[in-house]
Design a protein around this ligand. Structure first.
Ligand code: ZN
Length: 62
């Protein structure tokens, strides 16, 4: 299964001297926060399956 990579907006966050990554779903605005890109990707993947606004098998790009 192939997912497009631009369905999330990724923002680096530095808070209390701790670096983390925030990723915000461009469809519903849901935000995930993770300390590493690997975990962020996992969070994004898990959100894609649960996103209330996820597209139904779209074959054409908008
Ligand atoms: Zn979403």
């Amino acid at each position: 299964m192939v997912y497009e990579h631009y369905d999330f907006t990724r923002i680096p966050v530095v808070e209390d001297q701790a670096f983390s990554l925030e990723s915000r779903c461009i469809r519903c605005g849901f935000a995930v926060l993770a300390p590493s890109i690997e975990e962020l990707l996992e969070e994004e993947n898990s959100h894609r399956t649960t996103c209330p606004l996820k597209p139904r098998q779209s074959k054409a790009k908008a």
